[in-house]
Design a protein around this ligand. Structure first.
Ligand SMILES: [Fe+2]
Length: 242
């Protein structure tokens, strides 16, 4: 997909997900990153296994939280997305569109959850590292410095109203990095933005260990962010425009 085709398509996900085969440009670019294969050959949603053991992120993220989070919250979103998709297909088959708007809304919620959680697991590691090279240059160009990005995305994540995410994304329309404050899984996005770092601030992500201290959880996460994965995601996103 070249830049023109990409910009014409508007969004990588959303409605296109109903018809795109698994070998689209995005999944090809992420061929070495199996966890990003979110659908099977029939377009049904699949959850990849975690890229590490459940205790891998201790002590910053405890094994029990990771188990419940991955299995029931992310897993539940995948199940929900498949049901929503089935209901939309049925509505189209039956030519009965009475409830199709409801299922479309649900699919946006569940599939967005599936996308963000899939990115989240790969964004984390037990070895701390720092942004370098192109990623660092992009960060400095868009935010001034790495420290400024850190305080920006931390404040954005900590202050989400209710459940949601802090997101660092590559925005192809402005050819820049942007920080988004996402409510639930799908609200307050910019069309076209491709998430490269996501911070889950739903209570299920931290409550067992951090209780009501979301700010402590967000600060702790900076010890386990895999900036190499963020750099790889930026690189893959930029390839879409070439
Ligand atoms: Fe979550």
């Amino acid at each position: 997909m070249n830049r023109k085709d990409f910009l014409k398509s508007g969004t990588l996900f959303g409605a296109a997900a109903l018809v795109l085969p698994t070998t689209n440009a995005f999944s090809n670019n992420l061929a070495d990153n199996n966890i990003d294969k979110l659908v099977d050959a029939n377009g049904n949603y699949i959850q990849q296994t975690l890229p590490y053991n459940e205790n891998f992120l201790e002590p910053y993220m405890d094994a029990e939280t990771l188990h419940l989070h991955y299995t029931f919250h992310h897993g539940g979103a995948v199940k929900g997305a498949n049901k929503d998709l089935q209901m939309i297909r049925k509505a189209l088959d039956d030519n009965n569109l009475e409830t199709v708007d409801f299922w479309t809304k649900k699919l946006s919620y569940h599939f967005s959850s599936h996308i963000l959680h899939s990115i989240f697991w790969t964004n984390l590691t037990n070895k701390s590292n720092l942004p370098t090279g192109n990623l660092l240059k992009r960060i400095e160009k868009s935010f001034g410095s790495f420290d400024k990005l850190k305080v920006f995305i931390a404040a954005t994540s900590k202050n989400v109203d209710g459940n949601g995410w802090g997101i660092l994304a590559y925005q192809p329309y402005s050819d820049s990095l942007v920080v988004l404050q996402c409510e639930n899984h799908e609200k307050l996005t910019q069309w076209g933005a491709i998430p490269i770092l996501v911070i889950d601030v739903w209570e299920h992500a931290y409550y067992l260990k951090y209780k009501n201290k979301r700010t402590d959880f967000v600060d702790a996460l900076f010890n386990i962010i895999n900036w190499d994965n963020v750099a790889q995601r930026l690189n893959d996103a930029e390839k879409l425009l070439k």
